[in-house]
Write a protein that binds this ligand. Sequence first.
Ligand code: AMP
Length: 198
Amino acid sequence: MVEPMVRLILLGPPGAGKGTQAARLSTELAIPHVSTGVILRDAAAEGTKLGLKAKEIMDAGRLVSDDIMLGIIRDRLAHTDCADGFILDGFPRTIPQAEALDRLLAEVDAPPVVLANLELGEDELRQRIETRRSADQRSDDSEDTMLRRFQVYQEQTRPLLDYYGERVAAIEGRGSIDDVYRRLSTALREMTSKEPTG
Ligand code: AMP
């Protein structure tokens, strides 16, 4: 049986587990995990001009400009490895990014993207970020930056749920990594089997 092509946008607040779930799905489905946060952190580690500028913005818990992000995502999705599907994690994060992504995806002849939102209450999100802080040493997981990131999420990213409306599958983000993964894969199977192929 030929598996349907998966082009997934994974939404959710900071700390909901998008990165963990996307990485696992990416291995399972053999399609790239495109994380804009990882792309920016790699650029920062390499010390490129863009990376250093992005690091300042990330450490302040703010968003890198839509123009820069669009350039990054346009280049990344044009790679041949994205031709058979991808998982987007951390993009789009604003309505203009979503509108631009719609235009970009309309340029290629492929099945529509599917969307899933990892849902988790604020207390659990804080808990997860606390845990990640000690494990990953991400410089944008400090208390102040975390608060700012939640605020930015509420103001600029959460409205995407209204933008995409009923197309978004709500995934309960509580429980173990395995629990969430099971829910996400089930939802994904349902969504991709409903989508027209071609
Ligand atoms: P993440 O790893 O997805 O939590 O992203 C870490 C940081 O990278 C964010 O807090 C932003 O500063 C920046 N970033 C990642 N993706 C985007 C995006 N799509 N638009 C703007 N900034 C982004």
